[in-house]
Design a protein around this ligand. Structure first.
Ligand code: BGC
Length: 881
């Protein structure tokens, strides 16, 4: 329930509510291990220009105190501040296992205080290694790759106060109690470099226990770890004040095998229902076997609370159609490429073997084409026990697919017999975008599904083939796209830790995190390590991630700056990866022949040096500001020396990638900018308004054309339905982005669900709707709303949930005038860029804009009039002057 404060004031008849109390960007998080968790709230107010002028937070370790307005662990006192996002806790030291209750009260601009909000809570996990008495258990060496079933029967003989389970079962586990699954997580815990860090989950199972006898059951599968190991600590607190701990390594545990006889992320899962022991996780369990799980070598990593959204089945849907290309071979078409699995419902004799194979493509004969999955078998098998209707779904694998080929089904399956389960890290969608160009709406949906398919506790490159890695080069341009589509406030800090865990002493990070593919040191275009903390600050006011990773980020940039020759980074692995294939080094190669890798590497060194300047400035480390400013300066000069071509008026070989990247970086001397822009546009025209860029520069191409006065050219590129472009993908049946601009279905590198070309979606939000963060006012405390208006686009309507509340931006052309509707969340403001030359042409509602006290003229910039707008909803109209 949202905590609500009603502000009752004498001066105005309005109501203000404080909602969405969060701790570490989550509602009521259970089991966190940040020593100074950050609190936040959202203010809803009908009052235009509502600004919080102060707040007071109370935190208590018991509800009685809190209800009496006593913050016995922290009373912030009245803090004069308008911030309400990521306020760091500053009270007494927080204790392991303790649940803390908190509430907040705010003051408005008239200095009128609200009442305290309803209370919310957060609960600490196990903060010290000493809190763990459980031992890692499993089968000893020689038994890798198998699925293990653990159980423990225990009795409760006095009234229970609270029972908490802390569990890490790697690769993946499923926790059960008395025959039922606990919680709704799947594929837990999130994958990490297990030798550095292992995530544990916390469950409050008090309500699921029964008096007297109970049985815990845990199934553990190899997942990304490769073998099954379990660590579990159940803490029982009794009403009489006593405590008991049941943990792995202690008494009562048994281990066995069960019906999941094979499970692999790439290959799929095999389940033989005839091997089920229906009572294994129930108190009636008698024949579970006598094997005792033995202590095994711990994975080695530090145990950390899993503080990102768990993976869940987020949607269940039916296929759109079934075909039967050969007798008994049924192909289900989900109508959408996605990540997840299928639940199958069947009835037949024991031993009947149903095979489900997953694929993105079909052969001409209508059967599935798994060629582009490379070695991944993507096959789930269910063997019936012959006991009436049987319902089954896998639990320790997932697939990327649109089609499911079902063979061996007893009878003829209907659409009701195969339920498609959409599975991903359950981050919240945060936005909406619609416009008058239906192709753009489809592209936006296509990007959304691609991003959604590639969030499985790490941002993966693809969900289907034998890869599914967190590629840092792709992330360099994917971050903002993902942030405009989903709430990444918790997901990305976890990924930053994943990157950090790959870092060696010399500063080298790796191409993928966790490190499974690629090089060390990573391709220098893996700038995401440096960009991510800055974006987390800009979008969510997260300074902790900067502080946690500042040294690591710096040492990576230092390493790059040391592999230079005359300022140019000599290392390059991927560069502007996967441009249209005619620009590849050879047939089907994804390496660009035309955009120098060293130019891309050095460009990112420049970009990263500048980001460190900003981070150092934020943290008040002035020495570093100077050092990295100098590095940026040297690098910029080196880039201009090596790649500026005075004759052509462009960079490197004067193509779209090099020129747009140079403009984006801001390395172009002022007097040269017009020539670079002209060359960029000319190249676009020469290519008949098609892009020639790879995964990185596609982002800069659209953004720079737009910023430098050529939104119509950007629009034409983005609306192409011929090769190469997003419209071409859609014209060829794509429902998620391809890895290549080409339509390939063979056995090489050509995933059909690959987010790296998806920056067009952030272009929709940042440029067409014009919603942009401002690093000077992080978390959209003061947003920038600066839409662009392609001549062929009639209207745009978008919304975006910031941590302060929802921003809306929409516009519509009416003949020669433009209407704009915007909504600015309470306790924030916006800088609004009107596309007109004079101030008299703008109306708010029916009145000239100057008559509105909530809007203040700031300045004219080119052909834009800039106003600062207080919170509230506005409707503007303007005609060109
Ligand atoms: C991944 C890409 C990545 C590339 C770099 C591929 O296998 O799927 O997303 O950019 O490797 O080489």
């Amino acid at each position: 329930m949202a905590a609500i404060i009603i502000l009752i004031t004498s001066h105005a008849a309005y109501s203000t509510t404080v909602e969405n109390l969060t701790c570490e960007y989550a509602k009521t998080p259970l089991g966190i291990d940040v020593k100074t968790p950050r609190l936040g709230w959202i203010i809803n107010s009908d009052d235009y220009g509502f600004i919080q002028t102060a707040y007071q937070i109370l935190v208590a370790d018991n509800l009685t105190d809190l209800n009496g307005d006593i913050g016995n662990v922290w009373d912030s006192g009245k803090i004069l501040s308008s911030e309400s996002v990521a306020i760091a806790y500053k009270g007494k030291q927080l204790k392991s296992r303790q649940r803390y209750y908190w509430k907040v009260k705010i003051w408005d601009s008239q200095k009128v205080a609200s009442q305290f909000s309803d209370s919310e809570w957060f609960e600490m996990g196990l903060l010290s290694p000493d809190d763990w008495q459980a031992l890692w258990v499993g089968f000893t060496a020689g038994m890798t790759g198998q699925i293990r079933y653990f159980n423990n029967k225990f009795s409760i003989d006095k009234p229970i106060q609270r029972v908490t389970v802390y569990i890490a079962g790697i690769g993946y586990y499923e926790l059960r109690l008395n025959g039922n699954k606990i919680g709704d997580h799947v594929l837990d815990p999130g994958t990490t470099t297990y030798s550095e860090r292992v995530l544990y989950n916390t469950y409050d199972i008090t309500e699921s226990l029964v008096d007297e006898d109970n049985t815990l059951g845990v199934v553990v599968a190899p997942g990304w770890y490769g073998m099954s190991k379990l660590l579990l600590q159940m803490e029982l607190y009794y009403k009489d004040g006593t405590k008991e701990i049941i943990s792995t390594g202690g008494p009562g545990w048994r281990i066995s095998v069960g019906p999941v006889i094979q499970s692999s992320i790439y290959d799929g899962e095999t389940y033989d229902a005839r091997l089920e022991n229906p009572n294994w996780d129930k108190t009636t369990s008698t024949d579970f076997g006598r094997m005792i799980p033995l202590p095994v070598e711990p994975p080695g990593g530090v145990l950390c609370a899993q503080m990102l959204e768990p993976i869940r089945v987020v949607e269940s849907r039916k296929a759109k159609k079934i075909t039967e290309p050969h007798p008994g071979v049924f192909v289900f078409d989900a109508g959408q490429n996605l990540a997840g699995w299928a639940k199958i419902i069947s009835k037949g004799p024991a031993g009947t073997k149903i095979t489900m194979r997953f694929a993105e493509n079909l052969y001409e004969d209508g059967t599935i084409n798994q060629d582009n999955l490379r070695t991944a078998k993507a096959t789930d098998v269910y063997i019936l026990k012959g006991d009436g209707e049987e319902i089954w779904e896998p639990r320790f694998t997932y697939h990327g697919f649109r089609y499911i080929q079902v063979e061996g089904y007893p009878g003829t399956p209907t659409l009701n017999d195969v339920i498609i389960q959409v599975v991903r890290s359950d981050v919240n969608p945060v936005s909406n975008f619609k416009c008058s160009n239906e192709l753009f709406n489809r592209i936006q949906t296509m990007v959304w599904w691609t991003e959604a398919s590639n969030l499985h506790s790490i941002p993966t490159d693809c969900p289907q083939r034998d890869e599914r890695m967190g590629w840092l080069n792709d992330m360099t341009v994917r971050i903002e796209e993902a942030m405009f589509n989903f709430d990444m406030a918790r997901f990305y800090p976890k990924y930053m830790n994943d990157i950090k865990d790959t870092q060696s002493e010399d500063g080298a990070i790796t191409c993928t995190a966790p490190f499974k593919f690629g090089y060390r040191p990573a391709a220098p275009v893996s700038a995401s390590y440096v960009i991510l903390p800055w974006m987390l600050y800009k979008y969510y006011n997260d300074t902790l991630t900067i502080a946690n990773h500042y040294e690591g980020v710096k040492s990576w940039v230092d390493l790059l700056s040391n592999i230079t020759d005359d300022g140019i980074v000599t290392l390059s692995h991927y560069g502007d990866w996967s441009p249209p294939v005619k620009f590849g080094t050879k047939e089907l190669s994804a390496y660009s022949r035309v955009t120098p890798g060293a130019f891309m590497s050095t460009g990112y060194l420049y970009y990263c040096a500048n980001l460190i300047v900003r981070m150092a400035d934020l943290m008040g480390i002035q020495d570093d500001v100077a050092t990295y400013r100098k590095l940026a300066e040297t690098t910029r000069n080196a880039l201009n020396r090596a790649y500026w071509n005075e004759e052509s008026g462009g960079y490197a070989n004067n193509n779209q990638s090099a020129n747009s990247f140079a403009l984006f970086l801001g390395i172009v001397d002022k007097e040269n900018i017009p020539r670079v822009v002209e060359n960029l546009v000319q190249n676009v025209i020469d290519e008949d308004y098609h892009l020639t860029t790879g995964n990185l520069c596609t982002k800069y191409l659209l953004e720079m054309l737009t910023e430098y006065g050529h939104v119509d050219e950007a629009y034409k590129i983005a609306t192409q339905e011929t090769y190469p472009g997003w419209g071409y993908m859609i014209a060829n049946g794509a429902t998620t982005l391809w890895e290549r601009w080409e339509h390939e279905t063979g056995g090489a590198m050509n995933s059909h669900n690959h987010p790296m070309m998806g920056s067009v979606s952030s272009w929709f939000y940042k440029y067409l709707a014009g919603i942009q963060p401002d690093a000077k006012h992080p978390a959209f405390k003061q947003s920038i709303i600066k839409p662009y208006f392609p001549s062929e686009l009639d209207w745009v309507s978008a919304s975006y949930d910031t941590k302060y509340g929802e921003i809306k931006s929409s516009w519509e052309k009416n003949g020669s005038s433009i209407g704009m509707k915007i909504k600015v969340p309470a306790n924030t403001s916006a800088l609004l860029y009107f596309p007109v030359n004079g101030r008299n042409a703008i109306f708010e509602g029916t009145k000239p804009i100057k008559r509105n006290n909530n809007i203040e003229f700031i300045k004219q910039e080119g052909d834009r009039m800039i106003y600062k707008v207080k919170s509230g909803a506005y409707s503007f109209s303007m005609s060109g002057e």
